[in-house]
Ligand binder design. Structure first.
Ligand code: ADP
Ligand code: MG
Length: 242
């Protein structure tokens, strides 16, 4: 009885993906088939696999940008399919920070404005940032400092930064307001090896500091070091290729 009660109050895992299968419309074969994937709060997962094995597709499913044909994805106890699309967008803004391959900074906005974007879309992230630092701007500044972004860059348009600097801005944006989960898709692909390692160390350290779970996708095995767990995506079966 006591055991059941503690079960009932135990927090749900950060991510639970159960028996998911996905196929892009108009494509032959399955782009992605996964047995169960379970991620605890704060856990760091490294996802590897050759190009085309479905790594980016998996992040899209975990972000709720695309829905599986089969199975279900739960984030922080919420079945993403149970949310209408607009609620799903809000849920993502509240709970998930993303760092894409192309970084997706808004080039004409300043560094600080880019980092603050999640707080424009999510009252939960806004609240967290205020609790943490007194204001969103203070929280953004704290992250930028921890990520070694010189203060004189904060008001500069993102377009004027180097790729390495943009990477750190994207990381600060993903982390602002303590999302539960950070999804990173080959975020270091434009950096040389030494800078890749340095950026990964920063990203992992900041995820740990904010308690965020991290799912990081890369075809580069050297970046797997320091992760709690890993998932290797198999190459697609040949009949699934166009
Ligand atoms: N938007 C899309 N429309 C159609 N097919 C896609 C789309 N995105 C990816 N695919 C296909 O799905 C498969 C997995 O792609 P992806 O998830 O991008 O792999 P990875 O990130 O591991 O390189 C590939 O065969 C790819 O061509
Ligand atoms: Mg990809």
């Amino acid at each position: 009885m006591g055991e059941q009660q503690s079960h009932a109050t135990a927090p749900p895992p950060l991510v639970r993906a159960i028996d998911i299968a996905f196929r892009w419309p108009g494509r032959q074969g399955t782009a992605l088939a996964l047995p169960d994937l379970l991620l605890a709060r704060g856990e760091h997962l490294f996802v590897s696999g050759p190009s085309g094995s479905g790594k980016t597709t998996l992040l899209g499913l975990l972000a709720g940008v695309i829905m599986p044909r089969q199975g279900r994805v739960e984030v922080a106890g919420t079945d993403l399919r149970s949310l209408a699309p607009s609620r799903r967008d809000r849920f993502r803004a509240d709970h998930v920070g993303v760092i894409f391959q192309q970084l997706n900074l808004l080039p004409y906005l300043s560094v600080l404005e880019n980092v603050l974007l999640p707080c424009r879309f999510s009252s939960r992230r806004r609240l967290h940032a205020r609790q943490q630092a007194g204001s969103e701007i203070e929280a953004a500044g704290m992250l930028l400092e921890r990520l070694d972004m010189a203060r004189d860059l904060w008001r500069r348009p993102a377009a004027e930064l180097s790729v390495g600097q943009q990477q750190r801005v994207a990381a600060a944006r993903a982390l602002l307001g303590r999302p539960d989960l950070v999804l990173a898709d080959e975020p270091t692909s434009a950096l040389d090896a030494a800078r890749q390692q340095a950026f990964m160390a920063l990203l992992r350290r900041e995820c740990r500091a904010s308690g965020a779970g991290l799912v990081m996708v890369s075809h580069d095995e050297r970046l797997a070091e320091g992760f709690d767990r890993r998932l290797d995506m198999a190459p697609l079966p040949s009949e699934a290729l166009p």
